[in-house]
Design a binder for this molecule. Structure first.
Ligand code: DGL
Length: 263
């Protein structure tokens, strides 16, 4: 059985884990929410690199054969370093600019993401490569990740933030909005309510899971079908993590404490 290690700054990466579970129903999944250090969006690249190394070391100590960085911000800051430091497959994720550019009719695409992602060299390179003639309007969303960490998906405060961050995109004529942070798919229902039916929402989770499936087949071909399991760890508060992860995962989970040496 292959073990897949998945990490994020917090609980957002569970949106990616859902797709991984669907695509790879028989694998062992190990998830770490780095909730003691969330949000990554306003941290330095150095800080995120250090956290990403620690979390990857932990996942490997738990038997991970491949790592998914279920976080756009950590991918931008640390994917290159992780690939240099570790020899197992390391998969990252980035805002879905290519499919969004293909989907737009108005010629304007909005991107909701963290400041860290939007200011990264990796994001600039992504636009350079795929934007073409399409106008890309970006919007950092301070505070939104924190709402998801609290499990506060439907409150008036969450709605207010979503209205504030989507208004400039709609005003510029965006008909396609990229959810460029793995926490945001958990807000998709509220975002849909605010922006209306005519707007296409694009997220990267499913594409990452498909990519992972392909890489496992080619790079770890011996992986045998085993008993599916999923384990959940957090560097944050365990009781709160258990409650919120159970809601976001859709069935009861027991969050365990990340050992101190990795926290
Ligand atoms: N979930 C993350 C992402 O995809 C990071 C959010 C944060 O911690 O700022 O970018």
């Amino acid at each position: 059985m292959t073990a897949i290690g998945v990490f994020d700054s917090g609980v957002g990466g569970l949106s990616v884990l859902h797709h991984i579970r669907q695509m790879l129903p028989d694998e062992r999944l190990i998830y770490v929410a780095d909730s003691a250090h969330v949000p990554y969006g306003d941290k330095s690249a150095d800080y995120i690199e250090r956290r990403s190394i620690a979390l990857t070391n932990f996942l490997i100590s738990q038997g991970a054969d491949a790592i998914v960085i279920a976080c756009n911000t950590a991918t931008a800051a640390a994917a290159a370093l992780l690939r240099r430091e570790f020899s197992i497959p390391i998969l990252g994720m980035e805002p879905a600019v290519k499919p969004a550019v293909a989907a737009t009719n108005s010629g304007v695409v909005g991107v909701l993401a963290t400041i860290g992602t939007l200011e990264s060299a990796r994001f600039a390179a992504l636009l350079e490569r795929y934007a073409g003639n399409v106008e890309i309007v970006t919007q950092g969303c301070p505070g939104l990740v924190e709402q998801v960490e609290l499990g506060d998906l439907y409150s008036s405060r969450t709605r207010e933030l979503i209205e504030r961050y989507t208004a400039p995109l709609l005003a510029r004529g965006a008909d396609t909005i990229i959810l460029g942070c793995t926490h945001y798919p958990f807000l998709a229902a509220m975002i849909r309510e605010v922006v209306g039916e005519g707007i296409t929402l694009v997220d990267t989770g499913e594409a990452v899971a498909r990519h992972l499936q392909r890489r496992l087949l080619t790079e770890l071909p011996s992986h045998a079908v085993g008993n599916a399991s999923a384990q959940f760890f957090t560097s944050g508060e365990v009781t709160q993590a258990t409650r919120i992860m159970s809601v976001l995962w859709g069935s009861p989970v027991e969050a365990r404490r990340l050992p101190l040496e990795f926290a």
